[in-house]
Design a binder for this molecule. Structure first.
Ligand code: BEZ
Length: 213
């Protein structure tokens, strides 16, 4: 299978999960989605990661994002491990975990990197837009837990730049100034961005985040 690239349609699949069988595209509906893999159930870093994702439910809901986890372990392991996550991370896992024992989804999404580990999935993240297109791909090794604040930050940028002709600068956070898309002239930008445009260089124009009151 050719690798998945930004802008591609996220491949659809049907999978068994801890919350029943899912048709990925139907399950996503009109929402944005995060599909993320972890190396294995009953492992320490993964336990903290899935607990953190559960605690971020409100933040994902606010952004209209549905979350779907995956490992190559089976349903029985998932159900037992979810109890451990809830207990040790003081939360309630309220999103499905794919039981990808036959590696169908892992292979479809190239989540097994044989030179890192021949059997287990790495820590892949795919952010999928409401148009079912892949907007972001992240890959972390098993030894490094992910930063889910960064994931929320990127989703804020993706959702802002999907609807406004802006891009977000280094280390940008929701509420901070953004840059005008290079495709727009400064003259046109001044008409579009009513809060003002500062031209630092002809190619570097700053404007307040447009979708705030
Ligand atoms: C973990 O989640 O802690 C982990 C899983 C596989 C390899 C190393 C760490």
């Amino acid at each position: 299978m050719a690798s998945i690239r930004l802008g591609d349609e996220a491949p659809n699949f049907i999978a068994e999960t801890s919350e029943g069988k899912i048709n990925f595209h139907e399950w996503l509906g009109d929402s944005w989605g995060i599909l993320f893999s972890h190396p294995g159930d009953y492992t320490p870093v993964c336990t903290t990661e899935l607990g953190t994702v559960a605690k971020y439910t409100d933040a994902f809901n606010k952004r209209n994002v549905k979350v779907l986890a995956l490992s190559v372990d089976g349903l029985e392991d998932h159900h037992g491990w979810i109890k451990d996550i809830n207990e040790t991370q003081n939360t309630t896992v309220n999103f499905p975990i794919i039981a990808d024992e036959n590696r169908k989804v892992s292979e479809l999404y190239d989540m097994i990197h044989p030179n890192a580990d021949s059997k287990l999935t790495v820590r892949s993240v795919f952010v999928i837009g409401s148009d079912k297109k892949v907007k972001l791909i992240l890959v972390y090794p098993a030894s490094t837990g992910r930063n889910f604040d960064e994931l929320l930050r990127v989703i804020d940028s993706l959702q802002l730049t999907a609807y406004h002709k802006v891009a977000t600068p280094a280390n940008w956070k929701h509420g901070e100034d953004v840059v005008v898309s290079p495709a727009i002239s400064t003259k046109d930008a001044e008409g579009i961005f009513v809060k003002g445009v500062k031209e630092v260089k002809p190619y570097l124009r700053i404007t307040p985040q447009p979708n705030l009151d």
